[in-house]
Design a protein around this ligand. Sequence first.
Ligand code: THG
Length: 265
Amino acid sequence: MVIIGELINTSRPAIREAVEKRDAEYIKSVALDQTKSGANYIDVNCGTMVNDEEEVMAWLVNTVQEVVETPLCIDSPNEKALEVGLALCKNGQPMINSISDERDRFDAVLPLVLKYKAKIIALCMDETGVPTTADERIRVAKNLYAKLTAAGVPEGDIHFDPLVKPISVVNNAGIEVLESIKLLKAMYPNTHFACGLSNISFGLPNRKILNRLFVVQTMTLGMDGYILNPTDKGMMGIIYASNALLAKDDYCSKYLMAFRNGLYE
Ligand code: THG
């Protein structure tokens, strides 16, 4: 299971404010909280800072790496900002968020994946947009798998993101993702997944209950990576428990260890 901590994102008002004031202490505290909570990667996203995204990316990456050794997930729609962040990563193998099968995006991001030997989140979308059905997602994933592995990217470094849409907008968004996981898992058992979990509940009340149930449903079909808030102890408890119940935790040792360390409720 790969937990990618989502909290360092300038779309969150507290982070935006800290970035504007260059309040390094606040950024460091958020990075440290996520690492202490069990994050395996720290996502760094300053995509809302359209005028100085590259400079902010560099500052955030350096600031985070002053306090944690957790590897980073560099998250940007802008390939220049991706490269700035990747060039500064020193906490082990970085992750790039993300590539897609849109031609320009693919051609711009593939060289970065190879240069930095990065793990790569591969969005199941292409020029025609974000798919609505599982079959369309599989079609895109097949193309991405073929092109990435042909270029020399190890299968195990590929994390497919089926792209989770809100069920408040797309009624069958949840089941199409479940079906996609089932099919992709059978086709490419050595690849991984990563998705933005909370998208599922956007626009609805009591989002926690939807996010927590969707984590269990997706894990049951083989989802093994999430971009989420790792300081949510209720969510983390459900993930540790679900992992143990799915026989992915020998002797329940991770469940026990995390309990002893107070990592979940
Ligand atoms: N797929 C991929 N990358 C992504 C997304 C995806 N990157 C961006 C986004 N979606 C995932 N990141 C976030 C970051 C913050 C929040 C949601 C998604 C967010 N957090 C809560 C807030 O600010 O209120 C805090 C957490 C909480 O209360 O639990 O909204 O889909 N590849």
